[in-house]
Design a protein around this ligand. Structure first.
Ligand code: PTJ
Length: 259
């Protein structure tokens, strides 16, 4: 039991969710480590969705709504932390959901498929071997993709990724939307749109934004998307982190440094 008034309540609840899903076979062992890395970067943005991330979320919603064949790629951490929102987003933007794992086992694929189905997903790609193809652009287990999903997708949302795959998908000509707390990661740098935010906060916001923008004329969505520049957004995130650290340094009482 985590008391609600604990100063790190939300962070501890998220950890418990991950541990629970690790024990259920959804999250990979390395997924726990990956989360720790993410948490460290979350501190640097003050554990809130910052303005550059909101702009990336808006552009991502436009890209998904304008896509002909959007796919949401799901790994263990994403399923554990944002499964419900993945299913909701897929319904709003009419996207396919595909399980695609780095630490791939048949069993984990099935467990994640069941979790997503229990949350309302009607179809989950990436599990049926009859539709499995390998993409030559990649060496890792992630090279196995579904011929009805990622292979033919024009826009792929990859919450929490490893860099190789994002680069490979870009080489295949796809628009890649990443959610990654680390603005320095290869994924963040290689993606077409990078949402530097915690997947726990970003996914509900993405669903909300996509639902709102769905009512807008497609030309307006195209105009929002074409004015988006990912390198500008990434440098704004770094500037935000640097300014925040500078401010914290100034605010830190001198006494602290003497301790
Ligand atoms: O389920 P699998 O087998 O596909 O494996 C998934 C992991 C995440 C273990 C695998 O993709 C991996 O090893 O990823 P990396 O290379 O550790 O990258 C994960 C990235 O996600 C890092 O840049 C972290 O900073 C970031 N990250 C971690 N937790 C969050 C996050 N970004 C957003 N929200 C988070 N909660």
């Amino acid at each position: 039991m985590i008391p609600k008034n604990h100063p790190r309540y939300h962070s501890l609840v998220t950890r418990e969710e991950l541990i629970k899903h690790f024990e259920a076979g959804v999250v990979a062992r390395a997924g726990l480590i990956a989360h720790g890395r993410g948490e460290a970067f979350d501190y640097l943005i003050g554990e809130e969705t910052i303005e550059p991330a909101l702009r990336a979320i808006r552009a991502a919603a436009c890209a998904l709504l304008l896509a002909d064949r959007p796919v949401i790629s799901v790994n263990g951490n994403a399923a554990a932390l944002a499964g419900e929102w993945i299913v909701k987003l897929a319904a709003v933007v009419n996207a396919k959901i595909e399980v695609n794992l780095f630490y791939r086992t048949k069993e984990r694929e099935k467990t994640i498929e069941s979790l997503l189905k229990s949350l309302g997903a009607r179809e989950v790609l990436g599990v049926d071997e009859r539709f499995q193809v390998t993409i030559p652009e990649l060496m890792s287990e992630r090279r196995r993709v579904d011929s009805r999903g990622i292979l033919i997708a024009d826009v792929v949302l990859v919450p929490l990724e490893d860099g190789d795959r994002t680069e490979a998908l870009r080489r295949m000509g796809k628009t890649v939307i990443a959610i990654d707390l680390n603005p320095l990661s290869r994924t963040a740098r290689a993606a077409s749109i990078t949402i530097v935010d915690n997947v726990v906060r970003a996914m509900p916001k993405l669903v909300e934004e996509a639902s709102r923008l769905k009512q807008m004329p497609r030309d307006e969505l195209r105009s929002i998307l074409s004015s988006y520049d990912n390198s500008v957004v990434l440098s704004e995130v770094l500037e935000y982190m640097a300014n925040r650290l500078r401010k914290l340094v100034e605010e830190t009482p001198k006494a602290w440094s003497k301790r």
